[in-house]
Design a protein around this ligand. Structure first.
Ligand SMILES: Cc1ncc(COP(=O)(O)O)c(C=O)c1O
Length: 426
């Protein structure tokens, strides 16, 4: 038996550096910790022995536990096994992958679609295959981390425009006229703000300069638009005007990401998208479940209508509390400002049976730590009542009794839940 070798000096040094960093994160209220769910029943969860209402799930249409999805996954698993066994270009493309991609293309009314194992990889894979050091990416400053990572990894020049400011985006595009390709990159529905990109203005700005617009519609796809075709449809535009990305892990309740578009675009991704080529294909049962989710959505459009109605109801209750929202959405930021205050609010809500974690930098910009409430079609009027009662209680109490002295920018009920535009700072 070889002797068990202890930690090397280099490893010991690394661990002590990391421990120090973790202590510093803790001191700033920025240390993150995993929470383990013990049971899920709609929006109700058991977490570390407590029954709570979950306000931080992206299962916006409540499909993740739909029996049809479970049946589809179980039958694909029985017939095909769990893992896809290989990457897509080897033997990882099953008829399920094909069928899902065809169904996604039909859903959005485009020629083709390509599924990735996650939305993060779809962003990385699409921007990486389309852009290089000769290109310019102009991004909304509040874009998701995966978009920033993808833009940086592509080696394109990256410039950032003020949140929602199509004029600023146009100026940055114009300054980069020498680039081979120029792209505006935005989210459809912003994941931490809940507000919608001005897609018509961005499309116009891009068209005037023969640039492209890439839309990450992780939170809009299937949830928005008259027939669930996402943010472009909600804005009265065809998805064909955009390079369009969505996820299977949010409104569809499954896992994975996708790009849709004309066939040459998708075939280019087959050939050049490294996060598509060099990874094992999305597991077959998940693919089958996503295809079933699309069918369920065709048959049950009321889920989307319910989500919209609940978002309106939540917005009007918040307005009645003196906390108006710019636009009702299924994502509602409650801005605390500093991270410690957000954590304290979250803890108080937890004590009242509400799970709304604090979202802190670097996920959101410095000084905009917040609670992010994610509404789903499964939340009932009673859940909304309980949330509003708890917010009424928690926001002022935490403000005055716990953080009055330490906080740098004490929140008032009005500033506590800032409208997305004023909160973004630009
Ligand atoms: C806007 C946005 N883009 C991309 C992603 C990544 O998607 P996925 O969770 O499927 O990797 C997310 C989810 O976290 C998101 O909110």
């Amino acid at each position: 038996m070889p002797a068990i070798v202890g930690l090397s000096t280099a490893t010991q040094r690394l661990l002590s550096e990391l421990t120090e960093e973790l202590v510093a994160l803790e001191a700033g209220g920025l240390r993150r910790q995993l929470r383990t769910l013990e049971a899920v029943d709609g929006p109700r969860v058991r977490l570390e022995g407590r029954e709570l209402v979950n306000w931080c799930s992206n299962d916006s249409l409540g499909l993740s536990r739909h029996p049809r999805l479970a049946e589809a996954a179980a039958s694909a698993a029985a017939e095909w096994g769990l893992g896809a066994r290989a990457s897509r270009l080897l033997s990882g493309t099953t008829r399920w992958h094909r069928e899902l991609e065809e169904a996604l293309a039909r859903w959005f009314g485009v020629e083709a679609a390509l599924v990735y194992p996650s939305g993060y990889l779809a962003n990385l894979g699409a921007l990486g295959a389309l852009c290089s050091s000769q290109d310019l990416i102009v991004m909304d400053r509040l874009s998701h981390a995966s978009l920033f990572d993808a833009a940086r990894a592509s080696r394109a020049t990256v410039r950032v425009f003020r949140h929602h400011d199509a004029g600023h985006a146009a100026t940055l595009l114009a300054r980069g006229r020498g680039a081979r390709r120029r792209l505006i990159v935005t989210e459809g529905v912003f994941s931490m703000e809940g507000d919608r990109a001005p897609l018509a203005d961005l499309a116009e700005a891009a068209q005037a300069q023969e640039a492209l617009v890439y839309v990450d519609d992780a939170h809009g796809a299937f949830a928005l638009g008259r027939s669930g075709r996402g943010s472009p449809e909600a804005a009265g535009l065809s998805p064909e005007r955009f390079l369009y990305m969505g996820t299977l892990g949010k409104a569809l309740g499954c896992q994975g990401g996708f790009i849709i578009g004309p066939r040459p675009l998708i075939e280019w991704l087959h050939n050049r998208s490294r996060p598509f080529i060099y990874t094992t294909a999305l597991a077959t049962p998940v693919v089958a479940a996503a295809a079933a989710a699309l069918q369920v959505l065709e048959e049950e459009p009321h889920r989307r209508l319910l989500l919209e109605a609940r978002a309106q109801a939540l917005a009007s209750r918040l307005a009645a509390l003196g906390l108006p929202l710019a636009a009702p959405s299924h994502i509602v930021p409650v801005i605390a400002g500093d991270a410690e205050r957000a954590v304290a609010w979250s803890r108080r809500l937890w004590d009242r049976g509400i799970w709304a974690p604090a979202i802190r930098p670097p996920t959101v910009p410095e000084g905009t730590a917040r609670l992010r409430l994610s509404l789903t079609a499964l939340h009932t009027e009673e859940h909304l009542d309980a949330l509003i009662d708890a917010l009424k209680d928690v926001l002022p109490r935490v403000r005055s009794s716990e953080l009055g002295v330490r906080s740098k920018s004490p929140a008032t009920p009005h500033s506590a839940l800032r409208t997305p535009h004023s909160g973004s700072g630009g």
